[in-house]
Each structure stands twice: as C-alpha cells, then as structure tokens.
Design a protein around this ligand. Structure first.
Ligand code: GDP
Length: 442
C-alpha cells in the first residue's frame, strides 16, 4: 500500500501529541519538526515542506486551537486540511469537448506507464462515463509500442488506430478523422516516449498540439521515481504546457513524495492514479481522501465506491432475498467468490479503512489458490448437487474430486466450510432483517 512509511511517522508524531492532553506552543513545534522530517524522508521537495510546516504551525499556534478541549485532534485536522490543499484541494476532472471528439494527448517518459495508462484510462471512460474511446498509436519509433497498444486495447475491447511508422502528427490527424467517421467521442493519442526530456521529442509534441488542438494534455509519471517525477512534470509543463498528471505505480510507492509535491511544484493537478498492473487499476485522484488515508483516518468513500463499482446491485438484492429465506446454496457461494475476486486486492482495500480495522485486514490476504480450488470443486458438481449438497455421497464426492483434479478431502473441506457458513447465516438472519451481507454496499 502506498505511503505506509509516511503514515507511520506522522502517526507516531500525533500519538505523542495526543498523549499530552494540554498542548503548549512548544509541543506543536516539536511535533512539526517530526512532520517536517517525515515529509523530507518521503521525498517531498524541500521548498514544499518548508511552506507546509510553516502554514500548519501558524494555524495551530496562532488561533485558539491550543486552548480547545481537543488540541491534538485540532492539529491533526489542520494537517489533514493542509495536506488536502497541498495536493490540489478538489478533484480535478478531465475536460470533455462540447462538440466533436474529445482529444487527450498522453505524454511521458519511457517506462512511466504511458501506454498502459492510456488503455486503462480509455477503459475507465468507457465503463464509467459511457464513452466510446479510440486509441491512436502515435509512438512510431518503438515498433513494440504499437504492438503493445494493440494488445492492451484488445484486452479492453477498445479499437486501436495505427498506421505503422508514419509521421506521428499525420497519424493523429487521421485518427481524428477515423473517430469522427466511426462515432468515437474520445480519442487518446499515445505519443512517443524518450528516456529523457529532449528537444526533438518536445518539438514533435508541440507540432502535434498545434495541429490537433487537444482538449487535454496528460503527463504520465511514475510515482516511484519521487522528485524525478516532479522534475519531469516541470519540464513538460514548461516546454509543452500540460493540463494534468497521471501518477502511476502508486501501489509501489511507500514514500509519496511525487503525489505530495507535483501540484505545489508545477501548479498542475494530479487527475488520476495508477494503482497496479491490471488494466482496471486506475482511479480518479481525490486529494481529501488521499490526505485522510495518509493520516490513517481511512478512506471509506473510496472503499465504498470500489465496492459499488464491483458489486452487482441486482446480485446483492438476490443474495439478500436468499439469506432471508435461508436458501443460500453452493451456486450462490460460487457467485460470491466471483464478486470477491472482482473487488481486487484485499490488501489494497485494507489501506482505505481507518486505523485498526485496516491494519487487521492488511494481513488477511485473499488466498487466490484456495478460491480457485473452491471454484473448481463447485464447477465439477451438477446443478442439482450445488442446490442440494446433502445428496453428496461417497461416490459423487469421488467423481467431483476426479473432475477437478483434487482429492475427496478437499471436497469434504469445502462442504464443511459451506455448512459452517450456513450456520452463521442462520444465526445472523434468524428472524431479523439481515442488515448483514453486502446489500448495504451495493
Ligand atoms: P511506457 O513506456 O511509458 O509506455 O510504459 P508501459 O505502459 O509500457 O509501462 C511500463 C511498466 O509499468 C509495465 O510493466 C506496466 O505494467 C507497469 N505499470 C504501469 N502502470 C502501473 C501501475 O499503476 N502500477 C504498477 N505496479 N505497474 C504499472
């Protein structure tokens, strides 16, 4: 999970404050020294840290915070608000065109995750904004880049426009024409990447910008490169002018320096973040939620949204009905497992939950292998057996085990688990309306 190092240090500083009851100005200054160190260690730029600590200190000691009944909480609240401001305050959205296709130019250095992010973002827009995106392969220097875009586009069922190694600006223009002719309302231009910001690259990007007039120029940077990502953002913004940043690989970023510095250093907001290699692992960037997450106050909103996105409402209703009637079967169990898989990495979800709850869940990795076994066993059963596991005698169990390449003990273990689950469901739903389950989230 991102930012764990920073979270830990900040929380240690605040814990000391909380332990004190009444606070003096000196206590606050002491805590701010720790905050300052924590931010510097997180690779936040020096200037940003200095300003941040000055603002928080001034707000904390300058008003009646210290005289309040809960001074430590007030200081945490101020840090939370200022972290939110630091990252841009509100959530920055993509600007869609009023008429004609929206054109998004994706730019960035090689390896930042540009091609992957182009596909992820297009997939996101298709799924959550009902857009009909077209991906255009304008990185003509690396033949593998075109192929890569076709592969990731294909995985998301997105059309990819390519003309091999032509002039990238011409390809972009042709892609736009294609989009207009084929009803694509959103065009992502996957442009060339280089190892470093160089003049030739910038010239090509400027020429493309002047010709196609994109609605958005999004710079993709790798969170794990810390201040290098911030420097790349400044360089691209000065040379080309960017509208926003997509910060990738946040899942591997223990420090958080780029996320915390980019807006303050460049004035340009982070609009989306990449949180994993899978193509649905992209989220809008919410500064307030990120701040709460860093401070260990959890991000229940993101958690609930994620649950809602993956949790099928109709299924949830159906499940609730079944629970009420005590008719939860192995087929339902199978469906539940599918839903859990769709939720993705449980440890990622854990980071969104407040305090203890999060750290408890953090260790509770989903055991993918166990889920796969359970699924295989259920799939080897006949529909009748799934609805009615009581009919499973020795010979049926043997057949099922052989069918999925496992042992009879595995089948028995699953049945035992399922029985236990039914017992729990009975207890929880016994007579009462089930406030339990996933109905509340879906
Ligand atoms: P490009 O050269 O900028 O086009 O970069 P690619 O799209 O080829 O990505 C480089 C590598 O970063 C690939 O292995 C991606 O799977 C990986 N990657 C991209 N975004 C993320 C992310 O958000 N999290 C993680 N863990 N990996 C990512």
């Amino acid at each position: 999970m991102a930012f764990e190092g920073l979270s830990e240090k900040l929380n240690a500083a605040f814990k000391r404050l909380r332990g004190k009851g009444r606070l003096t100005e000196n206590d606050v200054r002491e805590a701010m020294r720790e905050v300052r160190l924590a931010l510097l260690e997180a690779d936040v730029s020096y200037k940003v840290v200095k300003e941040f600590v000055a603002t928080v200190t001034e707000r904390s000691v300058g008003t009646d915070v210290l005289d309040s009944l809960t001074p430590a909480q007030q200081v945490v609240k101020i840090v939370n608000e200022e972290l939110t401001n630091l990252m841009g305050g509100g959530t920055a959205k993509l600007a869609f065109a009023n008429n004609g296709p929206t054109i998004v130019m994706m730019v960035g250095l090689q390896g930042a995750g540009k091609t992957t992010t182009t596909a992820k973002l297009a997939g996101y827009m298709k799924k959550f904004h009902s857009k009909r995106p077209l991906l255009a392969a304008c990185d003509v220097y690396r033949p593998a880049a075109i192929e890569q875009l076709k592969v990731v586009g294909g995985q998301l069922n997105l059309p990819v426009f390519e003309e091999g190694q032509g002039d990238p600006v011409k390809i972009a223009e042709n892609a736009l024409r294609y989009a207009r002719d084929h009803g694509n309302d959103l065009v992502f231009l996957d442009t060339a990447g280089r190892l470093h910001v160089d003049e030739a690259l910038m010239d090509e990007l400027k020429r493309m910008k002047a010709t196609v007039h994109p609605n958005e120029i999004l710079l993709v940077v790798d969170a794990m490169t810390g201040q290098d990502a911030v420097n790349a953002a400044s360089a691209f913004d000065e040379a080309l002018g960017i509208d926003g940043v997509v910060l990738t690989k946040l899942d591997g970023d223990a420090r958080g320096g780029a996320a915390l510095s980019i807006k303050a250093a460049t004035g340009k907001p982070i609009k989306f973040v990449g949180t994993g290699e899978k193509l649905d692992m992209i989220e809008p960037f919410h500064p307030d939620r990120m701040a709460s997450r860093i401070l260990g106050m959890g991000d229940m909103l993101s958690f609930i949204e994620k649950a809602q996105q993956t949790y099928d409402e109709k299924q949830a209703k159906k499940l609730e009905e079944k629970l009420k009637k005590n008719s939860f079967t192995l087929s339902d169990y199978f469906d539940q497992l599918q839903q859990i898989r769709n939720m993705g990495d449980l440890s990622q979800l854990a980071g969104m939950m407040p305090g203890n709850l999060g750290s408890k869940l953090q260790g509770a990795q989903i055991d993918e292998k166990a889920i796969a076994h359970t699924e295989a066993i259920i799939l080897s059963m006949t529909p009748e057996e799934r609805e009615n596991p009581q009919i499973l005698g020795a010979s049926r169990k043997k057949r099922i085990a052989a069918g999925c390449g496992l042992d009879v003990v595995d089948v028995n273990r699953l049945l035992k688990q399922f029985e236990g689950m039914q017992q729990i469901i009975k207890q929880v739903t016994g007579g009462r309306k089930p406030g339990f389950g996933f109905g509340g989230l879906g």
